[in-house]
Design a binder for this molecule. Structure first.
Ligand SMILES: O=c1ccn([C@@H]2O[C@H](COP(=O)(O)OP(=O)(O)O[C@H]3O[C@H](CO)[C@@H](O)[C@H](O)[C@H]3O)[C@@H](O)[C@H]2O)c(=O)[nH]1
Ligand SMILES: [Mn+2]
Length: 912
């Protein structure tokens, strides 16, 4: 991308761009798009074949299998169907990947640039240390943009006097730092994974003895000392909340011109919901409308500091282009991170979203709104229709109608009616305005208004995703810029716990949309959005369900491996190729996407590990279940921005840090142990039964899962450092795995027996058999006789004379043989041993009362029968016709001679 400033600061008379010199350019990423489409074709053919194989096998052979096997196959089919659905909708992202360049040097002079308000949110002075927040704030003030057109708003949801103190100190420091920045023509990109960040990183690179550096050290010392001494305190007010506070800092007493800084801490009351970050941003939207009312807003998380000061100008290349501007709601920059270790085991780089998915949407209607690092049009947030202004829309309305929407503040409504500012007033706002601003920051302001539809949307912790979806649905578009020098850099999580918190929040926010009436597949399709863009939204919204697929794939095959139930075709079967090619093609696609985006084999492996098992997925799956049953109300748990050198070193060594996650680790640990057990148990079984061919697929899968979850095994057993698995969790997971395996064993035995005996299983009564066991069982009404479509329970129906009465349909017309299945037998330990014989005797007695046929065919497991008894030559002497016993589950290497070849082939009494 072209960068660099055109003119020196203060030149308000830049030349307008040459008439046809475009401010930006865009193109479809080729050959990526072509390769993606080709892969789509190949992969979908393979997927369809896989589903065909799974479904037909299940339908055709189900009746011959033990019930546990049929159930496992059915679950695998469900998982594969779900996986295929998710894959199919995710292809919308890969259809038309797009890339853009901006040419800020072609922008008009500073005098023509529109003002920008920067919204910065912080929530917790402990997990978001003040020095870090101030780094971001100062870096935002240093954006390469006319100072008089820039205002920075800091929302402090912690209501912390310490943050306000730090803001004042930082403002003073900025007066020295801003000229220094301009002089040294910063930005300079800070070193990768340095724990210093923001201005500190920049300083460290330039000089450590300059005046600015000393001032910075001084600023930092004062803030950290204040934080340690607790004066001013980190928290304000009592437990019930605190009032709103608006403080404007302006440069009157300083001799450098600085952007205006406004500190706002909104009113909080324990009983009133504050809607987390969305609430904070909406409050800033109102407050800023009275003070600067800039037409464009840059939203930043407290740790996302502007690293490339050109981003504002880059964004304006789009917002000021008359061809795209009327429909353009926001320009999004990727989220990038300064604290990413070389070995990015947590995939904190978010490569897939920001390198692939967002580029994919950019070729459609534009990227999703991503919480931070976007320049958005104020009009779009107020709810204007694309192409018009809120002023035009409100002019036809009465004042009371406007107030119904936007609340009771006259000042605020008149700011809407008077249109947006093209320049910002230089003086401090009068106290009247500050009082009004305090009112706009109160809890009650939004009561009985339409603020649920205006600004950032509520009711979710993924407010960014929802708001973007809402904007796109109303016909707005967005643009994505991925500059070579990162525009913003944030703090990435360096612990499993942080990743879990983040993933939990995202998963619950996204799923909330998927299972609401606003689902992108239904509601979205009817909106002004395009079909492909809706599929993109749906893909992200349904993505957490992927964890269910993974949960199935990491538990069912290993359990079946333990039991010797094959789930995949034999290795020598040509169908095996279909399965292998589906897995291989998805892994290769991921590898290619990694390498072509500057990744490596290592990033690829980390992503495989992360997305196929470690560590967030199982947690997500939990959430999916809980969310589906409506059991959780997810909070916006703020992720910690503290970085720890030891954690970073652990990352470099590829060691996950499991501190602080506690019971959240159980699902992960259990899956790991099940696979490990299956791998060892399965290996023994395979060797014993020489079932290499049947079990190859499952064995490989368990091997892959064990490889992926190796860090967990390591953390449970070998590691001694702080980040290892807590011993209690290790013990619990071992215990629970054992219980699970025992339960599975029981279950498997249960369903298999049920299938053999008829269903439901005859498990009535205690261990001693049915109560009152005197007299024959059928006379006590304890057994049931079933005919197709008719169900009987002993008692008077047992009377053979009443046979006609309970089967009126059959009366006189014995066309079909009637099937009698004895469902309930005497169940006791003694009879258990001769169960088959007792069944036979029972049947004989029951049938003698009902049909009393002269011949009986005893079928144990369903086989065919025939009628040889009718041959008059043999019939008089023929007592029974015997069929051999064949078995379907005999291994090729029949070491137990289970085939019974000798009895049935050789020595059977053939003459008999
Ligand atoms: O009640 C709250 C909670 C959070 N925040 C701020 O919101 C920002 C994001 O919170 P963080 O804990 O850093 O969340 P992340 O997981 O890093 O956030 C990602 O995901 C969020 C949605 O879940 C988006 O809002 C963010 O922009 C996006 O970076 C931070 O600056 C917080 O200070 C508030 O202002 N008020
Ligand atoms: Mn964050």
């Amino acid at each position: 991308m072209a960068g660099g400033r055109g003119d020196e600061e203060g030149d308000g008379n830049r030349q307008l761009p040459a008439r046809h010199a475009p401010l930006h350019a865009g193109r479809v990423q080729q050959p990526r798009a072509a390769i993606n489409r080709l892969l789509m074709l190949v992969h979908s053919a393979a997927l369809l074949s896989l589903l065909y194989y799974r479904a037909t096998h299940l339908l055709l052979h189900r009746s011959k299998w033990p019930a546990a096997a049929a159930l496992a196959w059915a679950l695998m089919l469900a998982a594969e169907l779900l996986g295929s659905f998710l894959w199919a909708i995710s292809q919308a992202f890969r259809w038309r990947p797009y890339a853009r360049d901006a040419f800020p040097e072609r922008l008009p002079g500073d005098g023509h640039l529109p003002p920008i308000d920067v919204f910065l949110c912080t929530a917790d002075p402990v997990t978001e240390p003040a020095v870090g927040v101030m780094n971001t704030m100062v870096a935002a003030m240093c954006l390469d943009y006319p100072v008089e057109k820039l205002s920075v708003y800091l929302s402090d949801d912690g209501g912390s006097p310490l943050t306000l103190f730090a803001a004042r100190e930082a403002y003073r420091f900025a007066a020295a730092w801003l000229p220094f920045c301009k002089k040294h023509k910063l930005p300079v990109r800070p070193r990768r994974h340095t724990s210093l960040h923001g201005v500190v990183g920049l300083l460290a690179m330039i000089t450590s003895s300059s005046r600015a550096a000393l001032l910075y050290e001084d600023f930092k010392r004062r803030v950290t000392t204040a934080a340690m001494e607790g004066s001013p305190p980190a928290r304000r007010g009592g437990d019930d909340g605190y009032p709103a506070e608006v403080v404007v800092l302006q440069d009157q007493e300083l001799n450098t011109r600085l952007p205006r800084l406004v500190y706002v801490s909104r009113e909080k009351k324990k009983t009133i919901p504050h809607h987390f970050k969305a609430g904070a941003l909406n409050m800033l939207l109102r407050v800023s409308s009275l003070i600067s009312n800039a037409p464009y807003i840059l939203a930043l998380d407290c740790d996302m500091y502007p690293n490339n000061t050109m981003s504002a100008r880059q964004a304006m290349c789009f917002h000021l282009d008359p061809r795209v501007s009327p429909l353009l709601a926001f320009v999004q920059f990727p989220q990038q991170f300064h604290s990413i270790p070389k070995n990015d085991i947590y995939c904190a780089e978010l490569r897939e979203p920001f390198r692939i998915l967002w580029c994919g949407c950019d070729g459609l209607r534009g990227p999703f709104l991503s919480g931070t690092g976007f320049y958005i049009k104020r009009e779009a947030l107020y709810g204007a229709t694309p192409g018009s202004t809120i002023k035009e829309e409100l002019q036809s309305k009465e004042l009371f109608q406007c107030k119904q929407y936007f609340g009771q503040s006259n000042e605020f409504v008149s700011s809407l009616l008077s249109g947006l500012q093209s320049s910002i007033p230089n003086q401090n706002p009068p106290s009247r305005i500050l009082q009004e601003a305090t009112l706009l920051a109160s809890c009650a302001y939004e009561n009985d208004t339409r603020w649920v539809q205006i600004g950032f949307l509520y009711g979710t912790v993924a407010e960014d995703f929802y708001t973007g979806y809402h904007l796109h649905g109303r016909g707005w578009r967005s643009a994505y810029v991925y500059p070579p020098v990162p525009a913003f850099l944030g703090t990435a999580p360096t612990r499993v716990h942080e990743t879990l918190i983040q993933n939990k929040r995202w998963a619950s926010g996204l799923l909330g949309l998927a299972f609401s009436r606003f689902c992108p597949l239904t509601y979205g399709m009817l909106s002004k959005n395009s079909v492909l863009q809706c599929l993109c939204y749906a893909s992200l919204a349904f993505k957490p369900l992927e964890s269910l697929v993974i949960l199935c794939y990491t538990t069912i095959p290993p359990l079946c491996l333990l039991k010797g139930i094959p789930l995949f075709p034999q290795a020598t079967d040509r169908w095996f190729l279909v399965f292998a090619s589906v897995y291989a093609s998805s892994l290769c696609h991921l590898l290619w996407e990694n390498i072509s985006n500057g990744g490596s084999l290592r990033t690829w492996w980390n992503e495989c590990r992360f997305s196929h098992g470690l560590p967030s997925r199982n947690r997500k799956a939990n959430r999916v279940f809980l969310k589906l049953v409506g059991a959780v109300d997810v909070n916006f748990d703020v992720t910690s921005k503290l970085t720890d050198e030891e954690q970073i070193q652990n990352c470099e060594k590829g060691m996950y840090d499991f501190r602080g996650s506690g019971y959240m680790l159980l699902p992960l640990a259990i899956v790991t142990l099940i696979n490990l057990t299956a791998l060892l148990g399965g290996m023994t079984r395979i060797i014993r039964q020489s079932s290499y061919n049947e079990m190859f697929g499952q064995f490989s899968l368990s091997f892959y899962v064990t490889l992926i979850t190796y860090p967990v095994i390591e953390a449970m057993s070998i590691r001694k450092d702080e980040g290892r698995f807590p011993t209690s969790i290790t013990l619990w997971s071992a215990f629970l795995t054992m219980m699970l395996l025992l339960l599975y064993e029981e279950f498997e035995r249960g369903v298999t027996t049920a299938a053999m005996e008829g269903s439901p299983p005859a498990r009535r009564g205690g261990d001693d058999g049915p109560r009152g066991s005197s007299g024959p069982p059928w006379s006590r009404g304890e057994h049931k006789i079933t005919t197709p479509g008719l169900r009987l329970t002993g008692k008077e129906e047992d009377d053979p004379t009443s046979f006609q009465s309970w089967c009126p349909q059959c009366a006189g017309t014995y066309v079909l043989p009637t099937l009698f299945i004895n469902l309930s037998l005497i169940k006791s330990f003694i009879v258990d041993k001769v169960y088959g014989m007792s069944t036979f005797l029972n049947m004989q007695r029951v049938s003698s009362l009902i049909s009393n046929a002269p011949y009986m065919c005893w079928i144990v497991i369903c086989t065919q029968t025939t009628q040889c008894h009718l041959d008059p030559r043999v019939s008089p002497f023929l007592a029974f016709v015997q069929f051999p016993q064949h078995f379907h589950n005999i291994p090729k290497n029949d070491i137990y001679c289970a085939e019974h070849r000798e009895p049935f082939r050789v020595s059977s009494m053939t003459g008999f």
